[in-house]
Design a protein around this ligand. Structure first.
Ligand code: ADP
Ligand code: MG
Length: 698
């Protein structure tokens, strides 16, 4: 059988060592296998040339033939653009470039004939084509034979004679010279049962489809396979774990839980809280080890649900712990839990990096002899020196801040792994959750406690600062506190920090009677905590900060969140930030400040924020607008999101479908031993080695 993963691309006719080197570096294509799995991003029917007078803004990619009459440049700095006035005798269009201006003008000379290929759009009543492909007419074969593939290429590739048409030619050579069919990657029975195109045909078709229908079938097969193996890996892993580990059983609902529920709980649980508690109770009653993710917007009452699950553990003679990503959050949880536990015979302790000496020793002893019921803390909790008499449940807050390895260390804290409850206020769309946390069961608290006033969100342009400051003044006069947030990203860190400093001074000047504190990620942790504490205590009325405040901080008295340069934030991030206000009884406001000129999808993002407070709706919209790679939490999750062909945002239905199929396979073959599935398990092993540490998905 042929193994294309070991065939170096440099031996392909038309490639050679130099081009191979460029492909290695630019696209990480090393082997023939890598190459044929580099799929086109679009296909075009290049059998026809349009005239300019036929064009309108609703057309897909088209080609026109004519000459550049002249060049002009507009704008300065980042706004700078190059415009070529292009004519074919029936009219003119503007060809526009925002980058590579020098290169373009030297390469595409005025008055030479070109075939221009791109997507026309209309701006200010004129038709333009941005960043078109330009070819000399003799290089473009007008073919009526089918769809022509287009491959993404980089500037460097183009300069090394590896533009898309060249890549297509190389691809054709490779596919034609393959003597044997490619080794099939899905078992025969699966292909037959789900009517999938065989691999060799699918690969040939995806590069050179003869018609749209066969293209669709090839895409389907390849997407199916891609998503199927992800799901199979996750479910296989979950099954192995389930078979390997037993979980503790909490059969009893006892005094801790009942006393708290009937005598201490100051309010009624929401329906959603009751439902999730019931789901948790079911989990811990089965003998399986629970791994459950509780999603819910900020303020939906997750902490309380976690606490009540902990009481359930106590009723069954187990200890529990709760981990938070920062010291401040751990402190807050500790205080909350202590106040809920007042008058009950429950010992709660706090363990963070700054708990040292005698106190620390005391806590470690209390854990080991079982005196301590609930331990709240930071990463300090998972250190090896921290040993429990009998840990039965671990709660993790804001899990995406915790690495996988850290979570795994929790497991070894008792003979059987404790149950794990993960809380997150970053809602994740269902399809994505299925991929990211495939082996976690997911509960959703989709209801806020009664009496909350929904946060009012307002979009304001930055030229109306005065009226903005006036309303801030009014809130402060009423005793409220205000957050002002600036973006800070790595790529523009220096400028961003400067903006923050300027903003800080501006605010100090505008509010001379107020105390203003300042927090950003570049400060030393101790300094940061101190500033944060000034706001929490109420000493400072205004906090100027970067997104460091986005996780968990709870200051119920803060009623205004101003987000500067809101256009630079993602939807989920805006939503997280907004969640910092609206925690008290007062009407709260979130003000999104942007410049006046905005791109279309930015405008859409802001509109969504203004329209809804529903985190799930926002997460879905974010996934559609930005794609999964950028979503909060996905980068740290360890899942490779460089899907080659499937798209989590658009292929949600297919994902669900293949998940069910994968589940059937795993259920029918729990040990992974049925001969008909040999190929599946082999393939899985190979894929695991190739890209992802699947064990990290939890
Ligand atoms: P989350 O952790 O989801 O952000 P919290 O558990 O911190 O939410 O709850 C936010 C606030 O709402 C807390 O002050 C909490 O005591 C209160 N709360 C929780 N559940 C209810 C409820 N069912 N009714 C009224 N208030 C509640
Ligand atoms: Mg919380």
């Amino acid at each position: 059988m042929i193994d294309l993963t070991t065939r170096d691309i440099k031996y392909i006719t038309g490639v050679g060592p130099q081009k191979a080197d460029v492909l290695n570096k630019e696209l990480k294509i090393f082997s023939v296998h890598d190459l044929i799995y580099y799929f086109p991003y679009k296909y075009v029917d290049r059998s026809r040339i349009y005239t300019i007078k036929e064009l309108n803004g609703n057309m897909p990619y088209i080609q026109i033939k004519g000459k550049i009459l002249s060049y002009e440049t507009f704008g300065e700095g980042r706004q700078r653009r190059l415009v070529a006035h292009f004519s074919d005798g029936t009219g003119t269009v503007d060809l526009i470039w925002f980058q590579g201006i020098k290169y373009i003008t030297s390469r595409y000379k005025v008055n030479q004939e070109f075939i221009v290929f791109g997507k026309p759009s209309v701006f200010n009543g004129r038709i333009n084509v941005a960043h078109p492909d330009m070819d000399k007419p003799e290089d473009v074969k007008l073919t009526s034979k089918g769809l022509q593939p287009y491959y993404n290429t980089t500037e460097k590739m183009k300069r090394s004679f590896l533009a898309s048409p060249v890549l297509a030619r190389i691809m054709a050579t490779v596919l034609q010279t393959l003597q044997e069919p490619l080794p099939e990657t899905l078992p025969e029975w699966l292909l037959a049962k789900y009517h999938l195109m065989p691999l060799t045909e699918a690969i040939n078709t995806i590069h050179f489809p003869s018609n749209p229908d066969s293209l669709r079938k090839a895409e389907y097969r390849l997407k199916f396979e891609e998503l199927f193996y992800i799901q199979l890996a996750i479910l296989r892993y979950a099954k192995d774990r389930q078979m390997r580990y037993r979980g503790y059983i909490f059969p009893r609902v006892g005094d801790f839980f009942n006393t708290f529920y009937s005598e201490h709980l100051p309010f009624e649980l929401t329906g959603a809280q009751k439902r999730v508690l019931k789901e948790i109770r079911q989990d811990v009653g089965t003998g399986r080890q629970m791994n459950r993710l509780v999603q819910g917007d900020v303020g939906s009452g997750k902490t309380l649900v976690a606490l009540m699950s902990m009481l359930l553990a106590l009723d069954n003679k187990f200890q529990t712990c709760m981990m938070a990503p920062t010291e401040i959050l751990a402190n807050q949880h500790y205080e909350t839990i202590c106040s809920f536990m007042k008058g009950m015979n429950v010992r709660v302790e706090l363990l963070t990096g700054s708990v040292k000496g005698k106190k620390r020793k005391e806590i470690l002893e209390g854990l080991l002899n079982g005196d301590i019921h609930i331990l709240v803390g930071t990463h300090a909790v998972i250190e090896d020196t921290v040993q429990f008499a009998s840990l039965g449940l671990a709660v993790i807050d804001e899990q995406h801040r915790f690495g996988v390895a850290q979570r795994a260390r929790l497991w070894s804290k008792n003979i059987h792994p404790p149950h794990v409850l993960v809380m997150t206020a970053t809602p994740i769309p269902r399809t994505l959750a299925m991929t990211l946390y495939g082996d976690l069961d997911v509960s959703v608290i989709d209801e806020l406690p009664p009496g909350r006033k929904p946060i009012q969100t307002i979009h304001q342009f930055d030229n109306r600062r005065e009226s903005l400051y006036q309303s801030v003044d009014k809130q402060i006069a009423e005793g409220r506190q205000v957050y002002i947030v600036y973006p800070l990203i790595k790529e523009s860190e220096k400028i961003d920090l400067k903006n923050l400093e300027e903003g800080y001074h501006q605010i100090c000047e505008a509010f001379p009677k107020c105390t203003v504190c300042k927090v950003h990620g570049k400060m030393k942790p101790a300094e940061k905590d101190e500033e944060m504490q000034r706001f929490i205590s109420g000493e400072a009325q205004i906090m100027v900060a970067t997104t460091v405040i986005e996780v968990g901080v709870n200051v119920p008295n803060a009623s205004v969140m101003i987000i500067e340069n809101a256009e630079r934030f993602g939807l989920s991030q805006l939503h997280q930030l907004r969640g910092r206000v609206g925690r008290g009884a007062d009407q709260s406001y979130c003000i999104l400040v942007t410049k006046y000129q905005l791109a279309e999808d930015t405008r859409k993002r802001l509109e969504i924020m203004v329209r809804t407070n529903d985190g799930f709706e926002i997460a879905e919209a974010d996934l559609k607008l930005r794609g999964p790679g950028d979503l909060e939490g996905t980068q740290q999750s360890g899942v490779a999101f460089d899907l080659k062909i499937a798209d989590i945002a658009r292929d949600g239905q297919l994902l669900q479908y293949v998940r069910e199929i994968a589940q059937q396979v795993v259920d029918e073959d729990p040990e992974g031993i049925l001969p008909q599935n040999d190929l599946l398990w082999q393939q899985l092993k190979a894929l695991r080695k190739e890209n992802v540490n699947w064990a990290s998905i939890s």
